[in-house]
Design a protein around this ligand. Structure first.
Ligand SMILES: *[C@@H]1O[C@H](CO)[C@@H](O)[C@H](O)[C@H]1NC(C)=O
Ligand SMILES: *[C@@H]1O[C@H](CO)[C@@H](O)[C@H](O)[C@H]1NC(C)=O
Ligand SMILES: *[C@@H]1O[C@H](CO)[C@@H](O)[C@H](O)[C@H]1NC(C)=O
Ligand SMILES: *[C@@H]1O[C@H](CO)[C@@H](O)[C@H](O)[C@H]1NC(C)=O
Length: 646
């Protein structure tokens, strides 16, 4: 006979060790309508972190010089049967492009034939403006970064595929919970003049001129242990402004990292099992810079319509709640994390998702709506383009699971555009007898086609209206299309694929050249050129410099350019930080273009409550002048001591 305590312990042990590994959607018997096969995965998508334009601000002077923290693809797979799966991936990148999406789908077709494809894969970008550019096939989005960059594209494509493979490899029976919460003080409307042109009755239905709602899915295994979280909250990840040149996931990346650290306390960033994605929604007119746009010279608000100060656009700068952009990134990231974490941990606020997974995808040709109007104003014809200026064919996709609807939209919908789309879809679902429908806008999915405003906002021609490339009826066209898609999904109708988008990958041009040679004349690659002080206190910053090669010689995706190491009692060194940590910064500078000499600077802001002996290592690759051979090197700065604060 076992004592009751032993029996309970045994039951607990059995319960926690019940996961016996991968379960294939093809030979799984679903036990209940609230049971799904679920899998989560994460992988690095960071591309070249030096000498490459950054995607988002279209600022030619914003050229990357290093890494603040890495960009990740976070994948979630949900199946209710072998032919009822959906893959949702949120990546810390500017947006998905037609090129990256089709390359990912080509690889999935080989690795998972018949399982994951165009019909059930939604790839979304968080819209960080601090990642390497060069992966969009349409010319409009490539001008400022000097064209197509294969290393950028490859990192995104390979990272996304890896994260999907990881999610697939841990598919297991589990449950999904849904909840909503409000995130306060994390977003403002950056074009209130345009918003105010919407009908007053419509505005009166809402308390704010931005959505404060966060929509959240919690993924658990069969025993109720957390596997992951995926949420949507409308805000631009533009807390880092266009003067930043270090790769960063911005506020969404911070929120993800904080959540993952909380649930994977022993793991380095990107290495833990639990995956937390903070995905893009209808963020078109939504800024994280909640102090609003102010004139640098007077401190007064900028002109609301033109965002200028005395006629000068340069003087008008929007800033966040922090003392500088990094602190703002941290604050806005923390606010999203805290809201999500509280909701995630409060069962009384979560309801189970019940139903089967239904997906639909269709290409549509937006040119038939407004393209002619754009070209008739002359702008399109005054320029001969080397290849297509912007897409005319875009992806539209929906995922329905019971009362949940995820709407994959190909652009940046404004607040009111998103509200109209959710209303439209909810109405169709109601008509099919679905009570309490939960439509969610998944922004910047599968392809990028700029902004989508309402017809009324368009008339004001603020930045978003002027960037609504298919004209004033763009939203009208999308409302029709998503109504049609959701209805077709619920009716179980077969749809044609729509017109295929052109493949422009073979036509791409690039003015970004291969890295030049490296040199180390009087020292060796990896030598410590600036040593750390002998000792520090928590809160201080270690700031060291190494003789380096160009990081672009090897993007080290899935690896790191640096480690922070802590000496253990047995004199071995334990890695406690990489270039993916918030506390570290990696930056690179070519100091002599004739000799090819360059330096890597590594900063580590020591967390308070840190004590012990530490060192900093740098890993890189250098390129030889004549042969072009690329060889790895590494070096060490330190050791140094860290004493308790106070
Ligand atoms: C960017 O942020 C920094 C503070 O981190 C500020 O000094 C600078 O004026 C900002 N620039 C723009 C263009 O917003
Ligand atoms: C969960 O949410 C409810 C409703 O907002 C609240 O009353 C309760 O205190 C929360 N529970 C916890 C543990 O936070
Ligand atoms: C989209 O429509 C326009 C205008 O009708 C047409 O010129 C273009 O070829 C179409 N694109 C595709 C890929 O079908
Ligand atoms: C849904 O589709 C059916 C069949 O095509 C059609 O009869 C019905 O009018 C559609 N409903 C909506 C709301 O579009």
């Amino acid at each position: 006979m076992h004592s009751p305590v032993v029996v309970i312990l045994m039951v607990l042990l059995v319960a926690t060790s019940a996961f016996s590994g991968y379960v294939s959607p093809r030979n799984w018997q679903r036990q209940a309508e609230d049971e799904f096969l679920v899998g989560v995965g994460i992988a690095d998508v960071t591309g070249p972190c030096t000498e490459v334009g950054m995607m988002g601000y279209a600022s030619a002077s914003q050229v990357s010089t290093g890494i603040h923290f890495r960009q990740w693809a976070r994948s979630f797979i949900i199946c209710s049967g072998a032919d009822e799966c959906v893959v949702f991936v949120s990546s810390d990148i500017g947006m998905m492009s037609a090129a990256t999406t089709s390359l990912v789908l080509d690889k999935l077709a080989i690795k998972f034939p018949g399982l994951y494809g165009r019909h059930n894969v939604l790839l979304s970008g968080t819209h960080t403006h601090s990642g390497p550019a060069g992966y969009l096939q349409y010319f409009l989005f490539q001008i400022t970064n000097l064209g197509y960059i294969a290393d950028s594209t490859d990192a995104i494509v390979e990272g996304i595929v890896e994260s999907i493979e990881a999610a697939h490899a841990n598919l297991q029976p589990g449950h999904i919970w849904y909840g909503e919460t409000q995130v306060n003080d994390a977003n403002i409307n950056r074009s209130p003049m345009a918003y105010l042109n919407n009908p007053v009755e419509e505005q009166n239905r809402y308390e704010f001129d931005v959505d404060k709602t966060m929509w959240l899915l919690r993924f658990d295994d069969a025993q109720g242990n957390p596997l992951g979280v995926l949420n949507w909250f409308a805000v631009h990840p533009t807390s880092m402004n266009n003067t930043n040149t270090l790769v960063s996931g911005d506020n969404k990346g911070v929120a993800s990292m904080l959540f993952e650290q909380a649930l994977n306390p022993e793991s380095l960033p990107g290495q833990g099992k639990f995956v937390a994605a903070f995905a893009a929604s209808n963020l078109g007119d939504v800024s994280p810079n909640i102090q609003g746009p102010k004139c640098q010279d007077t401190g007064l608000p900028c002109d609301q319509l033109t965002s200028t100060c005395g006629g000068f656009v340069q003087l008008c700068v929007a800033s966040g709640p922090g003392r500088d952009m990094e602190e703002s990134t941290s604050i806005i990231g923390n606010r999203q994390f805290e809201a999500a974490y509280e909701l995630f941990n409060n069962r009384s606020l979560l309801v189970p998702i019940i139903g089967s997974v239904k997906t639909k995808h269709q290409y549509i040709n937006m040119s038939s709506y407004e393209f002619q109007e754009l070209s008739s104003n002359g702008e399109m014809e005054t320029y001969t383009f080397p290849y297509k200026w912007q897409p005319d064919v875009v992806d539209t996709s929906v995922v329905l699971i019971g009362s949940l609807a995820i709407l994959g939209v190909p652009g940046e919908l404004t607040t009111m555009s998103g509200r109209r789309m959710r209303d439209t879809v909810a109405k169709v679902m109601n008509e099919h007898g679905i009570v309490d429908p939960k439509p969610i806008i998944a922004g910047l999915t599968n392809v990028y086609s700029d902004y989508v405003t309402t017809f009324e906002e368009y008339q004001i021609q603020r930045y978003e209206g002027a960037s609504t490339i298919y004209g004033p009826n763009t939203l009208g066209a999308y409302l029709d299309q998503y109504k049609f898609l959701v209805n077709a999904t619920l009716q179980g109708l077969e749809l044609d694929a729509g017109p295929l988008p052109p493949n422009l990958l073979d036509d791409q041009i690039s003015f970004v050249f291969d890295p030049q040679y490296d040199g180390a004349l009087f020292d060796n690659y990896g030598d410590c050129l600036r040593n750390p002080y002998p000792s520090y206190r928590g809160g201080e910053t270690v700031d060291v410099i190494f003789r380096a090669g160009n990081p672009r010689n090897n993007v080290r995706r899935g690896g790191t350019y640096l480690t922070v190491e802590h000496r253990q009692n047995d004199d071995t060194w334990k890695v406690i930080g990489t270039d993916a940590n918030w506390e570290t910064k990696f930056s690179w500078e070519r100091t002599n273009s004739l000799t090819g000499e360059s330096e890597a600077r590594i900063q580590w802001t020591i967390p308070v409550n840190t004590e012990g002996v530490f060192r900093i290592r740098h890993f890189g690759d250098h390129k030889q002048i004549i042969t072009g051979t690329i060889s790895p090197y590494s070096g060490i700065c330190g050791p140094f001591e860290v004493h308790a604060t106070g």
